[in-house]
Every structure is written in structure tokens, then in C-alpha cells.
Design a protein around this ligand. Structure first.
Ligand code: THU
Length: 130
């Protein structure tokens, strides 16, 4: 299934009683399988989780750790970008040249590489010598 269709489908399940802003994310892992996630909010607001985090958790739960492609979609006026925390979560499992498509339901799209989303990312190498 195309990532856009998968992300739109899971977006419908988003639990967003506080923001009313539904987000869907879909990623393809090294096996070719597609994993999806939606945002899940909480009355204790900081406990809410993003769609990207859900998709990554589903991938890891299935036994995979390599993202080859990702897409995020929301009903926003311009393509919806992953938040800062999600950029770091994506970097954990995706090489710098992996493409992340930011999409909006109105058809607007922007494709970015992971190393464009989070330039200068903190990585394991920064702990060398610790
Ligand atoms: N949100 C995501 O799920 N992913 C993004 O890329 C941006 C923001 C969610 C978090 C919260 O549930 C709602 O959108 C508003 O911030």
C-alpha cells in the first residue's frame, strides 16, 4: 500500500480530543513492510504521543529497526513537519539520505532528507571517549 494511503487511513484513528488535530504517519522498513501510527493525546498534555512515534514503535515491536521511507500527513494548510523530538526519533532508525514526505490533505507535499530535517544531529559518536 502506498505510504500516503496508509497514513491517511491510520490518521482517522487519531485520538485528539484536545487539539482536534489528527496526524497520520507511515513508514516503510527494510523488509518492505509498512508500519503506521497516529497521535494519541492525553489529558495530562505532555503525555500525548505523536503519529511518528507510534509508527516507529510499531516497527520496533515487529522486530525491525531500519526505516527506508516515511510520510506524515495532516489537514494543515502546508505540509506538516515532524516536531523536534520526532526528528530525533527518526534519526535513530533512518540514514541521512532517507526521504521523509511531509504531506497535507489539500495535496501539498514537501520531500526532505533526514539530514535536512535534523542537521547536526546528536549521535552515538558524540559519546566517544565518555
Ligand atoms: N503531532 C504529531 O503527531 N506529529 C507531528 O508531526 C506534529 C504534531 C501531534 C501532536 C499533538 O497531538 C497534535 O499534533 C498537536 O500538536
Amino acid at each position: 500500500m502506498p505510504l500516503y494511503d496508509a497514513a491517511c487511513a491510520v490518521r482517522e484513528n487519531a485520538y485528539v480530543p484536545y487539539s482536534r488535530f489528527k496526524v497520520g504517519a507511515a513508514l516503510r522498513a527494510a523488509s518492505g513492510a509498512v508500519y503506521t501510527g497516529c497521535n494519541v493525546e492525553n489529558v495530562a498534555y505532555p503525555e500525548g504521543t505523536c503519529a511518528e512515534a507510534g509508527a516507529i514503535a510499531a516497527m520496533v515491536a515487529a522486530g525491525e529497526t531500519v526505516i527506508t521511507e516515511m510520510l506524515v500527513v495532516a489537514d494543515s494548510p502546508s505540509p506538516v513537519p515532524p516536531c523536534g523530538g520526532c526528528r530525533q526519533k527518526i534519526v535513530e532508525f533512518a540514514a541521512g539520505d532517507v526521504q521523509v514526505t511531509l504531506a497535507a490533505l489539500n495535496g501539498a507535499r514537501r520531500v526532505m532528507r533526514v539530514d535536512e530535517l535534523l542537521p547536526g544531529a546528536f549521535g552515538a559518536g558524540h559519546m566517544d571517549g565518555a
